[in-house]
Design a protein around this ligand. Structure first.
Ligand SMILES: [Zn+2]
Length: 160
């Protein structure tokens, strides 16, 4: 008899050979999973409590984690070009992830997820979240909200 895990393994093999297809899970946690650039990439948007809701959080799964996720999440297979948080949306989660350098070695803005590649990030001592890297735009918003204690030093815009 075919087991759920065998079905999940078949889906995993399908995803592995189709980088233009991702699985979208209906449950909480990691919402989308895709095999891309030789790795399993899981992504979700943040809830909006601790990060801006457009912030894309990502994690790389190993083969077993990918299998576990597929087995435990009733998932819809869909083209990566249609993986939106909601409709209508301008960009897919994968485009947002790429723009925010979720799977690259760049520092990111604590609040919006903006990459150091195209945002000037600076570290600040904040009231509730300790030392955070923020882009100019988010820093302005946080300063207006009284969340900034001081400039923490590191960063390209740091003044001695
Ligand atoms: Zn920002």
């Amino acid at each position: 008899m075919t087991t759920p895990r065998e079905i999940a393994a078949d889906i995993r093999e399908y995803l592995r050979s189709n980088s233009a297809v991702c699985a979208e899970g209906a449950a909480h946690g990691w919402r989308w999973l895709r095999f891309c650039a030789g790795e399993w990439r899981a992504v979700r948007y943040c809830s909006g409590d601790e990060r801006r809701s457009s912030y894309v959080e990502g994690r790389v799964f190993d083969d077993d984690e990918a299998l576990d996720w597929i087995e435990s999440h009733p998932a819809t297979l869909r083209p990566t070009a249609e993986a939106y948080r909601w409709d209508p949306a301008e960009q897919t989660v994968w485009e947002d992830a790429c723009e925010q350098d979720v799977f690259s070695d760049f520092d990111r803005c604590f609040w919006c997820g903006g990459s150091d590649r195209d945002h000037d990030l600076q570290e600040y001592q904040t009231v509730e979240d300790g030392v955070c890297s923020l882009c100019d735009e988010c820093h302005t918003a946080w300063a207006d909200a009284g969340e900034i204690v001081s400039t923490a030093g590191k960063g390209r815009g740091a003044k001695a």
